[in-house]
Design a protein around this ligand. Structure first.
Ligand code: ADP
Ligand code: MG
Length: 172
């Protein structure tokens, strides 16, 4: 088969692979996550959205885990997009806002939090969009659903996600 025909049957990967973390600890958390995932699937220039099973975790506040706060439901989506990183972040903030997210306290309780964990290999130190996400490597509630989707996942600049996860357990 000619190279051109073969490409037609197996198109080269398009766009940039992106990892998005979703978290909710107020309201009907599972319903909010499902709606947010539908909205991710509906984004323009975006597709191949894969989502892990949500997991529950204790809320982490600025001064540490807070067992008294409502628990989180977290998951991770892997997708491909042609939206630029800042355009994608704006779109994620719109999804958060549609679900009643009000920014009161940093790391405070919220109906929906959407973070870009990695946008391809892009690195950025901009506080408005830091890439990869600076706390991803230390968050089991990000690494676990990500590994469930992709056991060979790599966090750019930090290495294999399974190794990062083992280090969190003290096995590193
Ligand atoms: P947090 O997610 O830290 O609990 P917020 O969701 O309120 O808090 O985000 C605070 C700010 O973090 C946002 O205004 C956003 O511009 C910025 N930010 C920086 N890097 C990222 C990233 N990789 N993904 C999402 N937001 C980010
Ligand atoms: Mg956030």
């Amino acid at each position: 088969m000619s190279r051109r025909l073969a490409q037609g049957f197996a198109p080269a990967a398009w766009g940039t692979p992106v990892v998005v973390a979703l978290g909710a600890n107020l309201g009907d958390r599972a319903a909010t996550l499902r709606a947010a995932i539908d909205e991710l699937r509906a984004l323009p220039l975006t597709g191949d959205v894969q989502v892990a099973e949500p997991i529950a975790s204790v809320a982490v506040k600025l001064d540490g885990p807070d067992a008294a706060a409502p628990q989180y439901l977290n998951t991770v989506a892997i997708l491909r997009t042609r939206l630029a990183p800042t355009v994608l972040l704006d779109a994620l903030h719109e999804i958060e806002n549609r679900h009643g997210r009000v920014r009161v306290e940093r790391w405070g309780d919220r109906t929906l939090d959407l973070d870009i964990i990695a946008y391809g290999e892009v690195t950025s130190a901009d506080p408005d969009l830091t890439l990869p996400h600076p706390h991803a490597a230390a968050r089991a509630f990000v690494l676990d659903p990500w590994l469930a989707l992709d056991p060979d996942a790599v966090l750019p600049g930090s290495g294999r996600v399974d190794v990062l996860r083992a280090a969190l357990r003290g096995e590193g």
